[in-house]
Design a protein around this ligand. Structure first.
Ligand code: SF4
Length: 148
């Protein structure tokens, strides 16, 4: 916790009064997630937050965000909700993603009494098993999370 934050009086939610008489927003690094929710925030990615910031800047108009000419604004490259600095997925990554989605759809469509990768995982308590064709160690955790 940053020094001094708790010793200053809170003047309104999320805002403290400095000894100088100036108000200062609390440091989000010092706040719990519950405190952030109490202030009206919800969990989201920084990218979504930037998009929402741009919509707020343009009074809710997605078209105005699209039309924005403030190219020097740090949010400008992100204003359409995508990160242009992220390398595009390779064809191999796209194919692996398509295969994963197809496999998950197949598992979801499997009747409850038929053997499936997920059922096998659950019967064995998750020990030493993995989904058919799942090469990544995290694959079974993903399906386990879906079933929870
Ligand atoms: S990029 Fe444009 S719309 Fe987004 S915050 Fe900056 S000025 Fe506003």
């Amino acid at each position: 916790m940053n020094a001094g934050t708790q010793s200053n009086p809170i003047t309104r939610p999320g805002v403290e009064m400095l000894p100088s008489g100036d108000e200062r927003g609390l440091d989000p690094r010092d706040l719990t997630t519950n405190a952030l929710v109490a202030l009206g925030h919800e969990p989201m990615s920084p990218l979504k937050a930037l998009r929402l910031r741009c919509l707020d800047c343009c009074v809710g108009s997605a078209n105005e965000v699209r039309m924005c000419v403030s190219v020097k604004c740090p949010a400008w490259p992100f204003r359409m909700g995508m990160n242009p600095w992220r390398a595009p997925a390779s064809e191999a990554q796209k194919e692996a993603s398509r295969a994963n989605i197809a496999r998950l759809h197949k598992i979801d469509a499997t009747p409850a009494d038929a053997p499936s990768g997920r059922g096998e995982f659950e019967r064995n308590g998750g020990a030493g098993t993995s989904l058919p064709g799942c090469a990544s160690p995290g694959g079974s955790a993903i399906v386990s999370g879906r079933a929870a």
